[in-house]
Write a protein of this length. Sequence first.
Length: 314
Amino acid sequence: MPVAVCALSHSPLIGFNQPAKAVEERVEKAFDHARRFIAGFDPDLVVLFAPDHYNGFFYDMMPPFCIGTRATALGDYDTPAGELSVAKSARTLAKDVLAAGIDVALSERMYVDHGFSQPLQLLFGGLDRVPVVPVFINSVAAPLCPVGRVRQLGTAIGHASAHLDEQRVLFLGSGGLSHDPPVPQLETATAEVAARLIDGRNPTPEERARRQARVIASGLDLAAGTSSMQPINPDWDQQFLDVVSAGELRLVDAWSTEWFAEQAGHSSHEVRTWIAAYAAMAARGKYVMNYRFYEPVPEWVAGFAVTTAVSADA
Ligand SMILES: O=C(O)CCc1cccc(O)c1O
Ligand SMILES: [Fe+2]
């Protein structure tokens, strides 16, 4: 039963902010490579690990992890809105992961944002083109669980995936690497912003537009060098990619939550989705990262990476 990984950054600013032509062409080539890799692998199930950005998950009920047995994309920025084709295996995976001692939440009505919808759109051409198990991993709403728990979640999902009806499983991670876009934090938020972080579903179109405009402007500032935001950290990003490429995932257990934010910005925790995806792969045997692309793209507020991996014995 073959398994594979694709893990890549996302940015909702793609299509809004224009990096240099050459940069955009290199990223587009990386997307092309990932699309061809996935088409060649021909998965019959995609387990998609992604974060949320206070669009689907709020502090009124913030789980560290959640598997959706149904899921709807909200259509933030210019990503598509609508139902994902959630596989029946979502429930099986939730049951097996719980039995393995990982306390994953379950949602029969999971709302997801660009973290999920952008890779589905970019790699498959739509939300409903491939059976998917959506796995939310909290990567922004402090307090976060130890990153080692995310590795264990991935391991449990990897083991459980071996018993599914589906034969060809792709583990897909979405997010990171280093970046610090202007996502508000509950501890320092005004009362008005805090209310939105606690229960901010269904913002008015004006509210959504205002918020998105702020993030879009932050990318232009970062690229212009006029930003007070934490910069992208290419050294940290390359070291992270080295660890994942070497299959040394146990190292992440020693990484503190604070260290991520200090080194690579608050949203660097989105690499939790990569750690889960690669840990799931590692649970199925040794892997080889056979493609690795990286480029810092300040216009998109992202240390932008695209990787794929296959089983070492494939
Ligand atoms: O809208 C938001 O709250 C944050 C948007 C955002 C921007 C850059 C990179 C990301 O990964 C990302 O998610
Ligand atoms: Fe993100």
